[in-house]
Design a binder for this molecule. Structure first.
Ligand SMILES: [Zn+2]
Length: 327
């Protein structure tokens, strides 16, 4: 039902403004409802989160499995302090090794990708946090004066978008439950699109990156953080097999995630660069001595190659002109 409500437009903000299905402009109906007139569809905001997954049952199975594993692993907390200290301190004490890696990655991202952009531009950047989870990265970036839209499939109150209530005035400007492959914005909105430990959940990297590039400005960058890298495809496949067996044994979970690409190799990254006219910059953060010795240790013990993590940033090739017509 369309009404005459006015003054809910958000010309300078990051409120979703394009239908994720047909890309028509969304018309604000109330402060918490956006209408796609073409499809006679209404997308609503409940509990502070815009809902764009209605009727997309293919994501429900993934999210259900993801939650089963994450709950068994006891992610999250009832304390706002826990969320506000991430990624530097894990007050729950349950996943300190993972948060240590994430903190190193975050510092490299700041120094190498974000700070140079902050220096060359006054005022905040528009940033898309893809796979925002509990919103810790969105909160850190909001605290630095940027406008952030947090996107995730999961609205869980401890481990998903529902947790952004813990950040107070550093909560992201918009929290959006949507698929990476169908983002509810028009083209050329964001300065940075960050896959925040999340690209490996995509079943098709090319399609997912293409959609992120659509909503990025021409001079924007797509950033990939905390996706596991392997030198060899076979090592990545071995990791997926081990993980699926473990999840099956420990949590009774059937391997829904086998349909995801699950990891990156340097070869796959180069292939995606050629396909999408992207030039990649790749950094290899130092995660500490124990982490650094793992590849050698594993080789000596005859184990598979361990995952490595990179900070990856991709910009559209300056020489490619037809990209202006993207959309
Ligand atoms: Zn539509």
């Amino acid at each position: 039902m369309l009404t005459q409500t006015r003054a809910v437009a958000d010309p300078d903000g990051l409120r979703p403004s394009a239908c994720p299905r047909c890309r028509a402009a969304l018309v604000p109906e109330t402060a918490d409802a956006l209408a796609c007139v073409a499809e006679r569809a209404v997308f609503r905001r409940h509990a502070g989160i815009w809902r764009f997954l209605d009727g997309e049952t293919d994501h429900a199975a993934f999210t259900a499995q993801y939650r089963t594993v994450r709950r068994a692993e006891a992610w999250g907390s009832g304390s706002a302090d826990y969320y506000q200290r991430l990624p530097f301190t894990d007050l729950s004490g349950r996943h300190p090794d993972i948060w240590r890696i994430r903190a190193v990655t975050y510092r490299h991202f700041l120094r190498w990708v974000l700070a140079p952009r902050e220096r060359e531009r006054h005022g905040g950047l528009r940033i898309l946090d893809l796979g925002a989870g509990n919103g810790w990265l969105s909160a850190r970036l909001t605290g630095r004066g940027h406008q952030v839209a947090a996107v995730d499939l999961d609205d869980d109150p401890r481990d998903g978008l529902g947790a952004v209530v813990h950040y107070g005035d550093q909560a992201p400007a918009e929290s959006v439950q949507a698929s990476f492959d169908h983002l509810p914005w028009p083209r050329a909105v964001f300065d940075l699109a960050i896959f925040n430990g999340s690209l490996h959940y995509s079943p098709d990297y090319a399609q997912t990156l293409q959609e992120a590039l659509r909503v990025l400005k021409r001079a924007g960058e797509v950033v990939v953080l905390d996706t596991p890298f392997y030198a060899r495809e076979a090592s990545g496949r071995a990791m997926v097999g081990e993980r699926n067996r473990r999840h099956g044994q420990q949590y009774g979970v059937v391997a829904e995630t086998t349909r995801n690409e699950a990891f990156l190799t340097d070869a796959r990254l180069q292939e995606l660069g050629s396909l999408l006219d992207l030039t990649w910059r790749v950094r290899r953060p130092y995660y500490g001595l124990r982490w650094a010795l793992r590849p050698l240790q594993n080789r000596l013990l005859g184990r598979r190659e361990p995952a490595r993590f990179r900070v990856v940033a991709g910009a559209l090739d300056a020489t490619t002109s037809q990209r202006g017509a993207r959309g």
